[in-house]
Design a protein around this ligand. Structure first.
Ligand SMILES: Cc1ncc(COP(=O)(O)O)c(C=O)c1O
Length: 380
């Protein structure tokens, strides 16, 4: 244990609740029966050494899926799958399964991750699928500093793909847009952070490594009616949603550890008041940080006020002449790290700083950062 607490602002893999670390460590030593229920008897084996088809793991898997519905509000009309391959695999799997000749796959381009999703749809089109990739809105021209308004969408669009929170740029849809076409949502970096209308997505996905658990497990939810659509020939079985759904989510060996941790994180969210309570806490943390940025003449927030993320707060250091800014930013980051404020370096494509304040991030860490920033500015 470090002598002074380290506040972990990493964008992902990211901070998880200490209770989850404890319970996960215990399950690695010895899994308990009934989905690792507290008080249940130990099974005499580690979670890491049992079959994914064994009864003890089935209980963990079932509990993870049940809690995804209950805690995250994913309706029973949707199949929940816990897949591998990260959110990035979903960028490809969605068009692979649903791009048919003449189809219009619409995308809102709100940052690097949206762009990657768009690229995959285009790549699949280049292979001769005959669909169109339509970028309906983009914030690229202004450095992805806001969520652009959506224009009228083609009535026959197969779907509109959105990235609900843009981890790198620090922008977020305040609410899920009301549109007349099916939504596909990448909620990797704000899932579980607030009630966000996940039920409105025909397909949604989230890499677990920010708000849900470790890397290597991706929560996917898909309207069952979409599982009945004909998938174009040539798509390998493992890349078809129906394959996974038909096999009860166990078509191949899942990330068993990841599934357990996801289950434990959802239990933690539930025990701490659910996504509504997360939202209140997250709002208080984000408000404190944005107030510090807005009240400063040194720090410059990246995101426009109407598009600000409650999960990833991004800023650069202004004030100093251009040539000195980089050195000043480096000094800010190294002094922050020395003060126990870790992981504040902005993504290389934006520079500056980024504070990722996911569900498990404590309010005290934000207070400490705000105090540090004020002190740094006073001395600068
Ligand atoms: C919004 C968003 N989408 C997709 C990804 C890619 O996730 P993965 O690395 O799990 O493929 C990330 C990763 O940070 C992300 O933040």
């Amino acid at each position: 244990m470090a002598a002074t607490p380290i506040y972990n602002f990493s964008a992902g893999p990211a901070i998880l609740p200490p209770e989850v670390f404890e319970r996960a460590a215990e399950a690695v030593r010895e899994l308990r029966a009934d989905g690792h229920a507290p008080g249940a008897p130990g099974i005499g084996l580690s979670l890491l050494e049992i079959s994914h088809r064994s009864k003890p793991f089935a209980a963990v898997h079932e509990a993870a899926i049940a809690l995804s519905h209950e805690v995250l509000g994913i309706p029973d009309t949707h199949e929940v799958l816990l897949l591998q391959g990260g959110a990035s695999l979903q960028f490809a799997m969605v068009p692979l399964n649903f791009a048919t000749p003449g189809a219009k796959l619409c995308y809102a381009d709100t940052g690097a991750w949206s762009s990657k999703a768009i690229k995959e749809s285009r790549e699949i089109a280049a292979g001769g699928r005959g669909h169109e990739t339509v970028v309906v809105s983009s914030a690229k021209q202004s450095g992805y500093d806001h969520i652009p308004a959506l224009p009228a969408l083609p009535a026959d669009a197969t779907y509109l793909h959105l990235t609900s929170n843009n981890t790198i740029y620090g922008t977020e849809y305040a609410t899920m847009p009301e549109v007349d076409v099916p939504l596909v949502v990448d909620a990797s970096s704000d899932i579980g952070s607030r009630p966000m209308g996940l039920e409105r997505a025909a397909i949604g996905y989230a890499g677990a490594q920010k708000n849900l658990g470790p890397s290597g497990v991706t929560l996917v939810w898909i309207d069952r009616s979409w599982l009945e659509r004909e998938v174009p020939a040539g798509v390998p079985n493992i890349l078809r949603y129906k394959t996974h759904a038909d096999a009860g989510g166990l078509f191949n060996t899942p990330n068993t550890f990841g599934v357990l941790v996801l289950e434990l994180v959802l239990e933690w969210v539930k025990a701490h008041g659910g996504v509504e309570a997360m939202a209140a806490r997250n709002m208080a943390k984000a408000d404190a940080l944005y107030a510090a940025l807005d009240g400063s003449s040194l720090y410059v927030p990246h995101a426009r006020a109407d598009s600000r993320s409650r999960m990833n707060v991004t800023w650069t250091l202004g004030g100093a002449p251009e040539a000195e800014r980089e050195a000043l930013t480096k000094r800010f980051l190294s002094e922050a790290a020395a003060a126990g404020l870790d992981g504040l370096k902005g993504h290389r494509s934006v520079g500056g700083c980024r504070a990722s304040i996911y569900n498990a991030f404590p309010v005290e860490g934000v207070t400490k950062l705000v105090d540090f920033m004020a002190e740094f500015e006073r001395k600068a």
